[in-house]
Design a binder for this molecule. Sequence first.
Ligand code: 13P
Length: 247
Amino acid sequence: MKKKLIAGNWKMNGSLEANASLVRSIQGGLDAAQCHIAICVPTPYLAQVKDLIAGGNIELASQDVSAHAYGAYTGEVSAQMLREFGVRYSLVGHSERRQYHGETDATVAIKAQCALAAGITPIVCVGETLEERESGRTEDVVRRQLAAVIHANGHCISEIVVAYEPVWAIGTGRTATPEQAQQVHAVLRAQLQAATVHAERVSILYGGSMNAANAEQLLAQVDIDGGLVGGASLKAQDFLAIIHAAR
Ligand code: 13P
């Protein structure tokens, strides 16, 4: 069985002082890592966190990557720049970027391509809104979102990570049940299997109000290969409990 991946997404939270204390507390609570661990930190803190985690089991991740390689794109950060700071994974297409920054399926697909080209594993986020779920469109939506990335990336698709994050479960305390999550993960797995013979390599994470209490049951589902954790990744004890549930 492949090792699970637990990725913490700090979103726009942190400070030099808070980051140092959080990372030290997480490191202090880790035994021999039973799973892959990553933290997705705000861009200005990449250098700080790179140093803090050096030599340990935690890997560095960014929360976004530019769809351009270089040039006149004020405010953007390229995959190559992220790579220079030791970034191993990058979120792409998080629902907050799709919702507040107008990212389309096509943009997300190009971002995944840029990350792969620089040797960064994109964590491609997909997920339906409450309205889409209630109108029975969940599977169509996540399949459409993933299809764009498969189409743009061809055989490299086996090198990505997928994160299923139902928008209605993000930051709401309302988690998908393990059965609801598994059902969507199975759909995504089947779609990957149709696209590559190496679909088993692709980890499919669940995200959306994952916490110390519900992680074990979610992670026990056959197609849930890890978690993408928001709020609970900002508290060392909660994040560690999720990591321990991923044994
Ligand atoms: P919460 O765990 O706070 O619901 O956030 C999930 C998320 O968006 C992680 O990317």
